[in-house]
Structure formats: C-alpha cells, structure tokens
Design a binder for this molecule. Sequence first.
Ligand code: COA
Length: 261
Amino acid sequence: MSHLKHLRVESDGDLAVVTVDRQDKLNALNAEVVRELGLVLEGFREDDQVRGVILTGAGEKAFVAGADIGELAGMDPLTSVEVSRQGQDVFMAIERFPKPVLAAVGGYALGGGCELALACHLRLASDNARLGLPEVGLGLLPGFGGTVRLARLVGLGRAVELTLTGEMITADQALESGLVSGVVPRAQLMPKAKELLRKVTKNGPVAVRLALESIYRALDGSTNEALDHESTLFGLLASTADMKEGTEAFLEKRKPEFKGC
Ligand code: COA
C-alpha cells in the first residue's frame, strides 16, 4: 500500500487499521483521501487475513474534521454533485462491506468525518471527541449520507436538531444519543477499539457477514422482503461448516474454531 498518500494501513492479527493522516488539515477529506479509502477497502474485501477493519484519524486532535473546505469552496454545481456522489459511493461501500468496520473516533468528527463514522458498523469515541454536522453553517448540507444515516441512529428529532443547528456534541452526549456505543480515555481508544472489534471477529465470519447483510438490506425494502431475505440467509448458513462447528462446539462445551466457510 505504498502508493497511498494520505492513509496509513497497518495490520494487527486479523484486524486492519486504516488511519487518515492529513494532520495539518485535521485529517479533512479531500478527493484523494476519499478515493484512497475506496481503494483500500476494496483490497480488504477478498483478503482472508482481514476479518475486521478499524478506521481512525492521525494525531490526538481529530478523527476527521470534515470534507476539505478548501476544495469545496471553488466548486460549481455539477462538480459538487459529482463530489457528493463519489463520497456517497465510498461510504456506501463501507456500510455494505461484508466484514465489520469500526470507527475509532478520537477528537473531532465533523461533517464528512461524522458521516464517515455514521457509515461504519460500530463507533467508539475517545473522551475528547466532538461530533457534529456543521455544514449548514457553511451554506451547505451534509452530502456524504449524513441526512440519511444520522436519523437512523439517533432518531428523527435529534437528527434534525443536530443537522439544522450544526452544533457539535461531546462524546458523552453522542453516547447518550446512540451515536457512539462507548466512550473511553483517549489513550485507550485503539486498544478498546480492537477489543470491541475482536468480540465480533471471534465469531463465525460467514455468520457475521450475512448478519450484516440482513441488517442493512432491511433498510432498503419492506419488512416482509427483509424477513424473507433473513430466512434465506439463515438457511444459507445451515450449509456452512462454521454453523456445524459452532453448534457442535456448544453441545460439546468447547470453544468453536471457525474456518470461514
Ligand atoms: N477542511 C479544510 N481544512 C480544515 C478543515 C476542513 N474541514 N478543518 C480544519 N482544517 C484546517 C484549518 O483550516 C487549519 O489549517 P491552517 O493551519 O492551514 O489554517 C488546520 O486544519 C487546523 O485547524 P484550526 O481551525 O486551526 O484548528 P482549531 O483547533 O482552531 O479548530 C475545528 C478545530 C475542527 C473546530 C475547526 O478546524 C473547524 O471548525 N473545522 C471545520 C469543520 C467543518 O466545518 N467541517 C465540515 C466541512 S463540510
């Protein structure tokens, strides 16, 4: 991954850690960062060594302080639509990624940074995190999925309030709203993020993958379609060696050894 300009990629066992590293701009998302995020993620898709992904920001101060305002400032309408679509596509690829993706939010997660966290499956914040969608204060709206995903997590009323005021909230307020699932001291963010994600990756990878698929597919269609799909995936899992192993291990009172097939 030496071709990457703004991302650092490391691995720790079965986890990949992707760090947005543009510290002089508080890790703001320019077009290159968005493109690189998409590329890196695609690389993990078929990589059996990677069972979960952590996205984070470099430095103590910011996860990602938003889309790059310098880039946005000079854009014409058609380019703006294109930029929004490119961000949405990459963030959708994160939301629908077949392996769990966790946002380790240390510091500011504003605008596109908050939207990036929203697209992840899990969110853990440090105590210095500040989250918000300040776009309306710039005469913009959240264009990387924030107007759609925030309400799903925190409810319509709170989402409308946060979007229209553009105000930042603290990590504890984010926890209270359901925007993050935990708050930890800054120094503990990465160890705790790995601990949380490993609670997922110790489970059967195919089961995790299909559970994610069922949950997110349910957002798109009717309840009946979603339930049908759930049953199909449930049936599909019955054909896996992992399902056999998981149920047998329980009955034999031992830990399962999942193979991912
Ligand atoms: N896009 C481009 N540059 C950004 C940025 C963004 N979203 N967020 C921060 N930066 C840059 C600043 O311009 C500054 O660059 P400079 O040193 O070349 O002037 C650098 O990052 C440090 O930011 P600074 O504002 O000096 O830090 P601060 O501690 O005073 O304030 C924030 C931190 C996050 C409150 C403030 O940077 C901010 O409000 N950023 C924009 C957040 C936003 O509106 N995001 C949504 C964008 S759609």
